[in-house]
Design a protein around this ligand. Structure first.
Ligand SMILES: [Zn+2]
Length: 167
């Protein structure tokens, strides 16, 4: 899904863990939402609406009760990161390394991506370079407590997988 902000920038909603998106539950629904989610054993999405912020101009787009987006302009300059994690720079991000032998035209075969504060979006021409960069970043971010998961894939094969656990 894409929202065309009036400033000309597109707000894209195509992956998880977006820093410019939030989930909204009305205070009037809060207790029903909590009770229903507990009964279901998962988040009851029927109570959840969405909210987006333009990373360029800071405008907020909020679903009303009919799930129609309503637009708001921030009064303060620089208010463009309002909807990110409450953990701030300590948010745990997923790390993904992917190698394909058949990349799209003009793209390298290897990609390394992590959306956290200390994250990266890099591309590699050889598997060895990608593998080395993946494990260097994995060890560094894991050591800093900034990873929630890590996945390295080569074609269809899973080479490495790690999941953060509090237990
Ligand atoms: Zn905008």
């Amino acid at each position: 899904m894409k929202i065309g902000c009036v400033c000309g920038v597109a707000i894209v909603d195509q992956t998880d863990y977006l820093p410019h998106k939030a989930h909204l539950v009305a205070d009037q629904d809060w207790e029903d939402f909590a009770e229903s989610s507990q009964t279901l054993g998962r988040i009851d999405q029927t109570f959840v609406r969405h909210c987006y912020q333009c990373v360029s101009c800071g405008r907020l787009y909020v679903d009303d009760h009919n799930r129609k987006l309503v637009r708001f302009i921030p009064e303060a300059e620089g208010a463009r990161q309002t909807l990110g994690s409450i953990k701030g720079t300590l948010w745990k991000a997923p790390l993904i390394g992917a190698w394909t032998s058949d990349p799209p035209a003009g793209k390298p075969s290897g990609a390394l991506f992590c959306a956290g504060t200390n994250g990266v979006a890099e591309q590699y021409d050889t598997w060895e370079e990608l593998e080395q960069a993946y494990f260097e970043l994995f060890n560094r971010l894991k050591g800093m407590g900034l990873l929630r998961s890590a996945l390295l894939r080569k074609g269809g094969a899973q080479i490495h997988f790690w999941l953060h656990s509090d237990r």
